[in-house]
Write a protein that binds this ligand. Structure first.
Ligand SMILES: [Mn+2]
Length: 312
């Protein structure tokens, strides 16, 4: 039987051994408070991806030729804590294979695990969170692994920069670093917010994108839509600048809550994912699969991983 590949690429282009890129689906929706359905996000995203052109006009590239391996979905959902643990473990195992690791959720709590993995593998990590919500609660409804707490740990352990924020609880102000927060209502009046945000970033950057950061007019299918969000081209412009100026070490995209009568959100998510890969690999698509040529990821403790490093 033919196994499923990302976007219907050939099995050869989707092989683990030769792929530079890993995609891990995490269909988890254990703690969402309002509209359920983020567990259906990865499937809707994959379906939309299968119906998308794989040539990117803007970068004049076909990034899938770098190889994109569709990993087994993480289905651990016995508790939020166990899910986070599993996401952390699996993400780290693929980073240790020297791959460019991407994760598609699921609700935002999965990012506690992804960020923990990247932070352990890359020194001086900046986390750029693009989101409508601050997600800085230390604990919510009895768990530290609730989606409302998604970025609390990152706020304590990484250089966290929050972009697009327009909804939070007052208590989150005690945790938030307002010098590194770009509120939506201020972004509309500040022509320099992108440069200001990039100036705050260290070299190694992990991006966590909550799709509710986008305006509901272009991204209605998300658990908690908030008016006044970001639009398509400004978001791409910001992302492109980050990919050009920084070493983006990986990213996750979360909170697609598909609606069978509204497919454009699924396509936005699919296209966003592919755009980000296109920006990442823009200059390297003519390379062969030799990972030493242009794709180097400085691991924090490279020696620690030596055994697993080239085991693919
Ligand atoms: Mn969020």
């Amino acid at each position: 039987m033919k196994s499923r590949t990302y976007a219907g690429i050939s099995e050869l282009q989707g092989k683990l051994e030769t792929s530079k890129i890993i995609l891990i689906p995490v269909p988890y929706d254990g703690t969402s408070t309002w509209q359920k359905g983020a567990d259906k996000g990865p499937e809707a995203f994959l379906e939309a991806s299968e119906n998308m052109e794989l040539y990117d006009i803007e970068t004049d590239s076909e990034v899938y030729k770098n190889g994109i391996y569709l990993a087994d979905a993480i289905t651990e959902d016995s508790s939020p804590e166990k899910m986070v643990e599993e996401v952390h473990k699996v993400t780290k195992s693929y980073i240790n294979k020297n791959k460019f690791v991407t994760i598609f959720g699921g609700e935002h709590s999965i990012s506690i695990g992804t960020i923990r993995a990247f932070n352990e593998c890359f020194s001086n990590l900046t986390v750029v969170q693009i989101d409508a919500h601050a997600d800085l609660r230390k604990e919510y409804e009895g768990s530290k692994c609730n989606h409302a707490c998604a970025l609390y740990e990152a706020s304590q352990t990484t250089n966290l920069i929050q972009v697009g924020i327009r909804s939070m609880d007052k208590i989150e102000k005690t945790v938030m670093d307002t010098d590194k927060t770009f509120f939506a209502h201020e972004m509309v009046a500040n022509d320099y917010w992108m440069e200001n945000a990039i100036d705050l970033m260290t070299e190694n950057v992990f991006l966590t994108i909550d799709l509710d950061a986008f305006d509901p007019s272009i991204m209605p299918s998300t658990g908690t839509p908030e008016p006044g969000g970001m639009l398509w081209y400004e978001t791409l412009d910001f992302l492109k600048q980050i990919f050009e100026q920084k070493n983006v070490v990986g990213f996750d995209i979360v909170e697609l809550c598909p609606n069978k009568d509204e497919k454009s959100s699924d396509f936005l998510a699919a296209k966003l994912y592919y755009k980000m890969l296109s920006y990442k690999f823009q200059s390297s698509e003519d390379d062969d699969y030799d990972q030493d040529s242009s794709f180097e990821m400085p691991l924090k403790n490279a020696t620690k991983f030596e055994d697993e490093y080239f085991d693919v």
